[in-house]
Design a protein around this ligand. Structure first.
Ligand SMILES: Nc1ncnc2c1ncn2[C@@H]1O[C@H](COP(=O)(O)OP(=O)(O)OP(=O)(O)O)[C@@H](O)[C@H]1O
Length: 254
C-alpha cells in the first residue's frame, strides 16, 4: 500500500564557487539561518530542515509556500533525486513524476528512443513498449519530431513529451510541479482531462503550486513550507486561511 513517511528529513546543497572570503562572510551574516558552513568547511544551504510528516493512501496533498520555501526540493527528494543529509524518508509505492521535463531523458536520443528506453527501464515487454510508443506519439502530437534527438526540442515540445510519457502509465504516487501549466492552451485542455483521470487513479497525489484554485480543486490537505521548514499542515482551507488567502466566493446562480 502506498505511503510516504518523513522523520527529521533534512536536505542541504553545497554552494560552490564561493571562493571570495568577503562574499562568503556577507552571505553567512545576512542569511545566517539558512546558510552555514559544514564540518568540511563548505558553505551549504539548508533547503529542507527537520521535516516530519506521514502521507497515506487516498491523500491529495498540496505543497505551498513562497519562492525558495523548499517545495520542489521536497518533490525531488520524494522522487529519489536527492539524498537526505539527515533523518529518514520511507516511500512505498511506484512513483510517477511530473517534476522536471528533461529528467530521465537522454538528450542525444530521439523522442521515440526515449520512450523505448523508459519502457525497458520499467521492465516492459515488446508489445507493451509498442503500445506505450503509440500512446505517447498520439497524445504528444509531436509528429515527425518524435524522430529527432530531444536536445533539439523547444521547451513546449519537451513538456509535451515528458507529460505524455509520465502519464501513459498510472503511478501509485503522482508527484507534480506546476511547470505542466506552461503548455499551450490546446494542449493544456487535453492534458487536464488526462490529469484528472490520473489523479483519480493515483493512491497519493502531491502537487507543488502557487495556484490556489488548483490547490483547492485537487487537494484535501496542504503542507506549508517556509525557509525549508513545515510551518502548517492540515486541511487546505485552514492552511490557506493561515496564509491570508481569502476563501473562494460563492458563484451567483445563472
Ligand atoms: N541544486 C541546488 N543547489 C543549490 N541550492 C539549491 C538547489 N536547489 C534548490 N536550492 C535552494 O534550496 C532552497 C529551496 O528551493 P526550492 O526550489 O525547493 O524552492 P521552491 O519552494 O520550489 O521555490 P519556487 O516557488 O520558487 O519554485 C532555495 O534556497 C534554493 O536556492
Amino acid at each position: 500500500m502506498a505511503s510516504i513517511v518523513a522523520e527529521g528529513l533534512s536536505i542541504e546543497f553545497p554552494l560552490y564557487h564561493l571562493g571570495a572570503r568577503s562574499l562568503k562572510k556577507r552571505l553567512l551574516s545576512k542569511a545566517a539561518i539558512r546558510v552555514r558552513t559544514d564540518e568540511s568547511n563548505r558553505v551549504v544551504v539548508s533547503a529542507l530542515r527537520d521535516l516530519n510528516f506521514s502521507i497515506q493512501r487516498g491523500e491529495r496533498v498540496a505543497l505551498v509556500g513562497s519562492n525558495g520555501a523548499g517545495k520542489t526540493t521536497l518533490l525531488r527528494t520524494i522522487a529519489g533525486i536527492y539524498e537526505p543529509v539527515g533523518g529518514e524518508l520511507t516511500v512505498q509505492g511506484e512513483i510517477g513524476s511530473l517534476i522536471d521535463p528533461g529528467a530521465g531523458m537522454d538528450s542525444d536520443s530521439t523522442g521515440r528512443e526515449n520512450i523505448r528506453l523508459r519502457g525497458l527501464y520499467r521492465g516492459m515487454d515488446d508489445a507493451s513498449i509498442a503500445a506505450l510508443e503509440e500512446d505517447v506519439a498520439e497524445f504528444s502530437g509531436l509528429g515527425e519530431f518524435l524522430d529527432v534527438p530531444t536536445r533539439g526540442y523547444s521547451a513546449g515540445m519537451s513538456v509535451r513529451l515528458a507529460f505524455a510519457m509520465a502519464t501513459a502509465i498510472a503511478p501509485q504516487i503522482l508527484l507534480m510541479d506546476e511547470w505542466f501549466l506552461a503548455g499551450d492552451a490546446d494542449f493544456m485542455q487535453k492534458a487536464e482531462n488526462r490529469l484528472v483521470s490520473l489523479v483519480n487513479n493515483a493512491d497519493i497525489l502531491i502537487i507543488a503550486s502557487h495556484d490556489f484554485d488548483i490547490v483547492r480543486r485537487w487537494c484535501t490537505r496542504a503542507i506549508r513550507l517556509n525557509a525549508g521548514r513545515i510551518v502548517a499542515d492540515g486541511p487546505v482551507d485552514e492552511v490557506l486561511a493561515g496564509m491570508g488567502v481569502a476563501p473562494p466566493q460563492p458563484q451567483p446562480a445563472v
